[in-house]
Design a protein around this ligand. Structure first.
Ligand code: THG
Length: 286
């Protein structure tokens, strides 16, 4: 199972035979007052800067979200996507809960993007799957439906089956569906960490599709979030997740280490390169 996404000049492959793919999460106004204010004013300078920084930090794909109160996503998402395409040459993940905004972004995107996301809700399936098919994109499917995000593994797995069935019925290849098991804050619910890991293992065994996670959700409300996020992504990768929506600058070293341990880094080349790059940066800074 191999998902291919692309920019005009680069291809990225997601799958068990490849190192874990990192989708940079930082172009997203959630929890970032400055970025939210800039976006409301139509200023895309921060988007440009974040794109550069994340590519430099080793993100393989960039998630682009402008969703915040007071922003017209249909207008702004394609503008943000153009800004990012003019800044970096890596593939993009178009992130919006507004299908019209996804469509507007798809119209300007050059290459094969990831669409983030479709849910198990009939309304979302009916609106987003045709876009995935028409634009030849790949899509992230969230395991939530009209009743919200199920707590138990069985219902999450059932939604994953439904997402894959509906997409394939639309003529979308299984390779182009990536399931997101949806992580919860462990501080709020002590069982949520193991529930997600358990769900990942089962969906992987039953469906064989690629899997992703937005890792930062795990640490909401707790101190030293980066430590928790790092511990969590290593477990998720060991359980079968093949791409992650993360802050690459904070997460990449641990994921590169996990990939080496799991046999996805021949001759430890990426591990050693990653070490050398951090050393160079430290010297520059210190
Ligand atoms: N699954 C999928 N897509 C997603 C998510 C997911 N997209 C959005 C989100 N979750 C992933 N992106 C982010 C972006 C930012 C933060 C977390 C997840 C974040 N922001 C800090 C905060 O809220 O405190 C602020 C960070 C800062 O200022 O540096 O944590 O799960 N498919």
């Amino acid at each position: 199972m191999e998902t291919r996404v692309s920019s005009p000049t680069r291809e990225v492959f997601i799958g068990d035979g490849h190192p874990t793919v990192l989708i940079g999460e930082r172009i997203n106004p959630a929890g970032k007052k400055k970025l939210a204010e800039a976006l409301k004013a139509g200023n895309l300078e921060v988007v440009h800067r974040e794109a550069l920084a994340q590519a430099q930090a080793g993100a393989d794909i960039l998630d682009v979200s402008v969703g915040t109160f007071g922003v017209n996503e249909v207008k702004l998402l394609p503008q943000a996507v153009k800004t990012v395409m003019d800044t970096v040459d890596i593939p993009l993940c178009l992130d919006s809960a507004v299908p019209e905004a996804l469509e507007a972004a798809l119209k300007v995107y050059k290459g094969k993007p990831l669409i983030n996301s479709v849910t198990g809700e009939e309304r979302s399936l009916a609106r987003v799957l045709p876009l995935v098919k028409e634009y030849g994109a790949a899509v992230i499917g969230l395991v939530q439906d009209e009743k919200g995000i199920p707590k138990d593994s069985e219902r999450r797995i059932a939604i994953a089956h439904k997402l894959v069935e509906k997409a394939t019925a639309f003529g979308i290849a299984q390779e182009d569906i990536i399931i997101d098991c949806l992580a919860f804050a462990v501080g709020a619910d002590p069982g949520s960490g193991t529930a997600v890991i358990d769900t990942i293992r089962k969906i992987k065994a039953e469906l064989g599709v690629n899997l992703t996670l937005g890792a930062s959700n795990v640490s909401f409300g707790l101190p030293d979030r980066s430590l928790l996020n790092n511990a969590f992504v290593v477990m998720a990768v060991a359980a079968g997740v093949t791409c992650l929506i993360v802050d690459a600058a904070k997460i990449r070293p641990a994921v590169v280490a996990a990939d080496l341990i799991l046999g996805r880094d021949k001759h430890a080349r990426r591990y050693i390169d990653s070490y050398r790059q951090r050393q160079r940066l430290q010297k520059q800074e210190g």
